[in-house]
Design a protein. Structure first.
Lengths: 191, 469
């Protein structure tokens, strides 16, 4: 995993609340056996018409969205299915951080494990971001802040361990494996 | 004296391998890992890339359910699986399980079924266990007083490799359900009402414990329906304290403890329920007696109303109005009598034998309304056999239903069992998201009773109107 320190980008805004992981990547694409290449199916049913042509009114199909690495979503993104294909699709497309007032537990965990940064912000900051699509913002993982063009730097919460792993590009499996002695002892005492 | 603990705390504490600190999450031991074809290929690949083994194949069980066909000709008749990528996924699971020594209930295995149906059926799902699966409806197993939650594929890899997960301790939410459900009102209606009340993010960061008289009065299958949809309220897990109903269900099941081990287990299970005076982080009260059958009208399970109600209006809320536009429904209209094209009876929410019996009670002696496709998909092969033993399949077929082999099927349409674009489906499954049951499909979630009643009338029907008359 590539270490993350700062993400500086324009935002792309999807104001819908409760965007579920079925929208992020519909179930019919889950028959894949790899993580790669899911970006083209990201938001497939919102992004393409029945013939597979991009719908011009969908925000990701608009020129301003190209190259944006920060997705601002309406309240509570990532609910529903545990499919890790959702963060895989977002990352493969080029999104590196997702911002909302609430982020569903499993999607949040899955995102952290793949280097997609979940950024939970307060209501006021969220409303500003929703109202200002394309704003240039900086997410600073070291400082745990998101800085708006207004100069306001807003803190976001992130677990210390997840932050360490993301900043150093290390994955959690290595840490778990380093606990081998404790796991073996637990197994012996609970056999 | 130790301070009173919730059931969640007792199970959590017992499974902590390394306690959490400010810098690191807890290392939590997992007693049972269930896996299926959709969320595991990338996890086995991770093991392969790192040269790792499955640490505890004895605590791991694989089945195939999501992308598998439900037509008998494709399951048993040698006809190929129509979707090539689905067929490939099935083959990949067979290969992975053989390579890593994981027990697999393959396509033709009589024990195969939806992962959350077969765990309890086998007696593998037991009180006090930690249970995970790469599937959000793992919360189902909490009905036995287990701590059971869905994980992603990376975490599936972690459990395969180490039998442990890194977890921060979630908060607890008590949902106290007083009184009894009225006739014609089911566990499905109760959980839909709960989601309607607390919202689809109401349980985020929490483990729910369902408590109270209404829960105590329920059989295990109804309790599983309740816990199953905890995730639809945003909660990681839902739990119900084990009691004699639980123990009777488990007794004699093939993988439940037997003999002396059973008595030992029973003693431990009886100590699991939340102690008097234990504190929850939050609580909600519901009166079961006031509920009527519930049905969704929108594009998330929180958009739900009593079946006698009208579709709500929220002027000036573009997200709400977009959902109604997708559904092709109008605020202010009754939900009852809306025309129905498809009825789906099945899924890990309502694909158990009691669900099929409830539907059969309504369908017996009736015909499915003209133009309605009633698809009935048992949750497991065992449920299918039991239904056939009881003659429920005859009732279904005579009514004009399409009776299939087990699987997730039309709940998410991965296997090609889909609702056609623009059509209305009353479904006993768990998600009414846009496109969930097929591109452009319009899902109304309801109980098996409401689904069966709607199938024979061809429109959204209060099952009490049929039962009474």
């Amino acid at each position: 995993m590539t270490p993350i320190r700062k993400i500086h980008s324009r935002t792309v805004v999807l104001p819908s609340s409760n965007i579920d992981t079925d929208q992020i990547i519909p179930g019919r694409f889950l028959t894949t056996t790899t993580k790669q290449g899911l970006g083209k199916q990201l938001f497939a049913d919102w992004r393409y018409d029945a013939e597979g042509r991009p719908k011009p009114d969908f925000v990701l199909n608009q020129p301003a969205a190209q190259g944006c690495e920060i997705l601002v979503a309406g309240r509570n993104i990532g609910c529903g299915s545990s499919r890790e294909h959702a963060p895989w699709a977002l990352l493969d497309y080029g999104i590196r951080a997702v911002v909302s007032t609430e982020i569903a537990d499993i999607f949040r965990n899955n995102s952290l494990k793949n280097g997609l940064l979940p950024v939970i912000v307060d209501e006021t900051t969220h409303q500003w971001l929703i109202a200002n699509p394309g704003a240039e913002v900086t997410v600073d993982l070291e400082a745990c802040t998101i800085t708006l063009p207004t100069g306001a730097a807003v803190n976001f919460p992130i677990d210390a361990f997840s932050r360490y792993c993301l900043m150093n590009g290390v994955d959690e499996l290595g840490f778990l494996q380093s606990q081998e002695a404790a796991i073996a002892a637990y197994e012996r005492s609970h056999a | 004296m130790t301070s009173p603990k919730t059931m969640f705390e007792k199970i959590w504490d017992r499974h902590v391998v390394v306690p959490e600190t400010a810098d690191t999450p807890a290392v939590l031991f997992i007693d049972l890992h269930l896996t299926h074809e959709v969320t595991s290929p990338q996890s086995f690949q991770l093991l392969r890339e790192r040269g790792l083994k499955v640490r505890r194949p004895d605590l791991t069980l694989a089945t195939m359910d999501h992308s598998t066909p439900t037509r008998t000709s494709q399951v048993f008749g040698g006809e190929p699986i129509a979707i090539e990528s689905a067929a490939n996924q099935v083959r990949q699971l067979e290969k992975n399980c053989a390579e890593f020594g994981v027990e697999l209930f393959g396509l033709q295995d009589p024990r195969r079924g939806i992962v959350h149906i077969i765990g309890p059926e086998l007696g593998l799902t037991q009180p006090g266990k930690t249970i995970v699966c790469g599937d959000s409806h793992t919360s189902t197993h909490g009905a036995f007083g287990a701590l059971a939650f869905g994980i992603g594929s990376t975490e599936v890899g972690h459990v395969l490799a180490t039998q442990c997960l890194l977890q921060r301790r979630p908060k607890t939410l008590a949902i106290e359900i007083a009184n009894r459900l009225a006739p014609g009102v089911t566990a499905k209606d109760l959980i839909l009402a709960i989601i309607g009340q607390i919202g689809v993010a109401g349980g985020t960061g929490h483990v729910i414990e369902y408590r109270g008289a209404a829960i105590r009065a329920m059989d295990m299958e109804a309790r599983m329906t309740i816990c199953n949809m905890s995730i639809e309220a945003g909660a990681r897990a839902g739990m119900i304290a084990p009691d004699d109903t639980t123990f009777e269900y488990l007794s004699g099941r093939p993988r439940a403890p037997q003999g002396a081990a059973w008595n030992e287990a029973l003693a431990a299970w009886r100590a699991l329920p939340t102690d008097a005076g234990a504190r929850f982080d939050a609580s909600v009260d519901i009166d079961a007696a006031t509920l009527e059958p519930m049905i969704t009208y929108g594009t998330n399970p929180g958009m739900v109303v009593p079946i006698s109600a009208t579709i709500p209006a929220r002027a000036g809320d573009p997200v709400f109005n977009k959902a109604l536009a997708y559904m092709g429904l109008t605020a202010g209209e009754p939900i009852k009598d809306q025309p129905v094209n498809v009825v789906f009876l099945g899924s890990c929410t309502n694909g158990r034998i009691s669900d099929l019996r409830a539907a059969a009670d309504i369908l017996r002696g009736h015909k499915v309304a003209k133009g309605v496709h009633l698809l009935i998909v048992p949750g497991s092969q065992q449920v299918r056999r039991e239904a056939e033993k009881e003659g429920l399949d005859r009732i279904f077929i005579e009514a004009g239903a399409d009776w299939r082999e087990s699987g997730c099927s039309m709940c998410l349409g991965m296997n090609g069992d889909t609702v056609p674009k623009g059509e209305y489906a009353v479904s006993t499954s768990n998600r009414n998201f846009e496109g969930r049951q097929g591109v452009g499909a319009r899902t109304l979630l309801a109980s098996p009773l409401t689904a069966a009643a709607s199938a024979i009338r061809g429109r959204v029907t209060d099952p009490r109107d049929v039962l009474n008359g």
